[in-house]
Design a protein around this ligand. Structure first.
Ligand code: TXA
Ligand code: MG
Length: 319
């Protein structure tokens, strides 16, 4: 059931908090995408997330906490985590750090590390302060599908599997958080590009940040890096410059509004704003997915969040 919480309605937040504290699962908005949350300390509740999503148990979950102090209760931070948190948290960045014993191994998929994020969304922050437990929350979509950026997206796919959906409106970033592995401070690694860019991280850390080599796609360092992830049912094709004609089977999704748009042509941003394009991306893909066999999506400029969007599109096209 969707609970309107756009204005932090106390009754909606309390209902959802009670569900969490009784071992339930609740979909919550964040500044990136909607997440499907459970009390990270409750193994049975966390198991419900995996089952609702059809997510393999080898794929670990991100834990959401309200501040750095709460992060220190479940993970062992270091100098790099502190520097990055001062610069970017609360915000769309996740730190992979050694985990403390209180985090059940179902959350970390048996790894000695835990991924922790301090989200910025006011509703999520109010909710975290109300439940007073860390919330494990992957994106609230069936495993492999594109992430939800509106409460209706969660309702359409997982509505009958969750206790509540807290509606906080459309997510601002529209793509999932940047994930940086900090367990070896000498060799920080960017597991997933996101709204905070590699350059921004490198500037704060004063050292280069590498990508995992992805040597073995069957056991990726962040399973979100699996090749065919974030996929709609339609075939997605990436293009630069020219592509085919738009028609009843082929939708064309441009970065910016064409001068004279034709039928079956769509756009991510009115005037070529990369952040706006990222915000609209998953919502438009979901809409087009119900109508077309092929979605031809124009590559974004590889700047700012554009790099993260192109990464998601490449994976979605890799079906
Ligand atoms: O923006 C986001 O990060 C959203 C919102 C809800 O916070 N969450 C999200 O979660 O995208 P999910 O589960 O869809 O993606 C989390 C990624 C997965 O690829 C997972 O493998 C990786 O984080 N991950 C989690 N824990 C990890 C760990 N201990 N080591 C390496 N990767 C980890
Ligand atoms: Mg996901």
């Amino acid at each position: 059931m969707i609970l309107d919480a756009k204005n932090l309605q106390a009754d909606a937040l309390q209902k959802a908090a009670n569900a969490i504290l009784c071992g339930g699962i609740v979909a919550i908005p964040t500044e990136t995408v909607y997440g499907l949350a459970a009390n990270a300390f409750n193994e049975e509740a966390v198991r419900k997330i995996f089952i609702a999503k059809g997510r393999p148990f080898i794929d670990p979950l991100i834990c959401h906490v309200p501040d750095f102090e709460a992060l220190e209760t479940i993970a062992v931070p270091n100098e790099s985590a502190l520097k990055l948190a001062e610069a970017f948290s609360p915000g769309p960045i996740t730190y992979v750090l050694p985990k403390k014993e209180n985090i059940p191994s179902i959350v970390s998929a048996g790894n000695p590390t835990v991924a922790v994020r301090i989200p910025a969304h006011p509703l999520m922050r109010a909710f975290l302060n109300l439940v007073k437990v860390p919330l494990s929350a992957p994106s609230a979509n069936p495993f492999g599908y594109v992430s939800p950026t509106k409460a209706e997206h969660v309702e359409a796919q997982l509505g009958n599997k969750v206790d509540f959906i807290l509606d906080g409106g459309q997510c601002e970033c529209g793509v999932e958080s940047t994930i940086v592995m900090l367990t070896d401070e000498n060799a920080p690694m960017l597991l997933r590009p996101g709204p905070i860019s590699r350059e921004q991280i490198e500037k704060v850390l004063g050292k280069s940040v590498r990508y995992p080599k992805d040597k073995n796609p069957a056991h990726p360092e962040a399973p979100g890096m699996m090749k065919s992830h974030y996929s709609p049912n339609a075939m997605l094709r990436l293009f630069e410059g020219q592509t085919c004609e738009a028609n009843a089977e082929n939708a064309l999704l441009y970065f910016k509004r064409p001068q004279a748009p034709k039928a079956h042509e769509y756009w991510l941003s009115e005037d070529g704003n990369i952040s706006e394009a990222a915000k609209n991306l998953f919502d438009l893909i979901r809409t087009l997915d119900t109508k077309y066999k092929f979605i031809h999506c124009e590559k974004l400029p590889n700047e700012g969040v554009g790099e993260a969007v192109n990464d998601r599109l490449k994976r979605a096209a890799n079906k």
